[in-house]
Design a protein around this ligand. Structure first.
Ligand code: ADP
Ligand code: MG
Length: 404
């Protein structure tokens, strides 16, 4: 990583605009159902408070079409305030007169939350004029939201041309872990891929295959690989249009690729379940669906984790939401707890499974970056990270990188 961080700047008394990721899960009333993203931002906010910054927080929530009451950030501001035990002020737009007036009254360590930035369509267009209005509010810009850094949006990209720009502590930590996985992992390294679709994870598997000792594949992702081996998967979730890729992966992966030897099958009636060795799968009724890895697969997968120094967990091993198909995911999460090393989990449903089974403590790092994490691990350059790196170079040339 080649960007500047909060260690490179004195923020005391300065207005700091920090892009955070408060795109939290909410229910139909707009109440927060999972506050992980808010909790993850607390150390960054506290650091800015300790350094005496005037803190202005900026986030999006959901996919609004214009202003939507349910997607306003008041509940997020309120919840943040209770977590911090500190007042969090809130304005009803992220640019304009009200925001500018309130910003002018901030004193050191005060916190202000701006309104959902996606109420303005200019955000997703990376509109420079819009970014100029944002930039008027602050003296320093901080990106602490890896989760949106794969997007070329005004609050991650255009803004870096208008304010001295720094990486926030959470983004820095997240990038550090992912760079370590990609460039200099402690080995043996094992990655566990699961979830619904092999197409989501293809890029990651390909990029990491040369670096890992094992790639363990479960979930419906494994169904496509089993299908590619010529096994009739009946009515299981399979991406038939990814067959050619799956066949190549089986060949390239060789011994490194570890796939299920048995599965938990749901019968066509949707009620009864049975454990089936994958080689016997073609004896089953046509409506059957493989929905979890079986006990022999669990044992096999866990044996590959032994001695690992780096583990990346991306995707549940089965339909963990249903207790009948939760065993594979649960047993692997438990086994990860017994391994000494760097253990990272990421992905929306993966984190939901980790918190459902209360296994947070089994991991070194839980990444909420989702799609951005996958793109990072595919080896792609993320626009938001690129913007920070370019901003550093411009600042160095102009000799204003270190404003201590
Ligand atoms: P993440 O959000 O962590 O990247 P995905 O979205 O790829 O994970 O996949 C999670 C979903 O995959 C879960 O809802 C789970 O029920 C589903 N899933 C896992 N295994 C299977 C399977 N064998 N058949 C159908 N769905 C599955
Ligand atoms: Mg998902």
């Amino acid at each position: 990583m080649d960007f500047l961080t909060l260690r490179n700047v004195n923020v005391s008394g300065k207005r700091v605009l920090m892009r955070v990721d408060y795109n939290v899960a909410i229910d139909e009333n707009g109440d927060i159902t999972d506050d992980t993203r808010i909790r993850n931002s607390i150390p960054s906010i506290k650091q800015l408070q300790e350094k005496g910054a005037k803190i202005i927080l900026l986030s999006h929530l959901g996919r609004p079409k214009g202003r939507e009451q349910k997607l306003m950030l008041d509940k997020v501001a309120h919840h943040l305030s209770s977590l911090l035990n500190h007042e969090v002020r809130k304005v009803d737009d992220c640019i304009g007169t009200e925001a500018e007036l309130v910003v002018a009254t901030l004193t050191n360590s005060d916190i202000l939350m701006l309104e959902n930035i996606r109420f303005h369509p200019e955000e997703e267009k990376n509109d420079v004029e819009f970014a100029r209005w944002l930039a008027r509010l602050a003296e320093i810009y901080v990106n602490d939201a890896l989760a949106v850094s794969h997007r070329n949006h005004a609050s991650v990209s255009a803004i870096t041309h208008l304010l001295p720009s720094y990486a926030g502590p959470l983004l820095e930590k997240e990038v550090h872990f992912f760079e370590k996985v990609m460039k200099d992992p402690e080995t043996p390294m094992v990655i566990i891929i699961g979830g619904a679709k092999i197409s989501d994870k293809i890029g990651v598997i390909l990029n990491l295959l040369p670096k890992v000792d094992y790639i363990i594949v479960g979930g419906a992702t494994a169904n496509t690989l089993l299908h590619a081996k010529g096994i009739d998967m009946a009515a299981s979730l399979v991406e038939t249009d990814k067959l050619a890729y799956a066949i190549n992966l089986l060949a390239d992966g060789g011994e490194k690729l570890v796939i299920p030897v048995d599965v938990v099958v749901e019968a066509e009636n949707g009620v009864s379940t049975s454990i089936v060795e994958v080689t016997d799968f073609d004896t089953l009724e046509p409506g059957s669906r493989a929905k979890d890895i079986g006990p022999k697969s669990i044992e096999l997968f866990i044996s590959k984790l032994e001695g690992a120094r780096t583990i990346l967990f991306a995707g549940p091993m089965g339909v963990y939401e249903d207790y009948r198909f939760s065993e594979g995911t649960l047993k692997l999460l438990q086994a990860i707890g017994g391994i000494n090393g760097i253990k990272i989990a990421g992905g929306g449903d993966t984190l939901a499974a980790v918190s459902f089974f209360k296994m947070q403590d089994n991991f070194t790092f839980l990444s909420t970056a989702g799609g951005a994490m996958l793109e990072f691990l595919e080896g792609k350059k993320l626009p938001g990270i690129d913007a920070l790196e370019q901003a550093k170079h411009r600042m160095m040339e102009e000799g204003r990188a270190y404003t201590m």
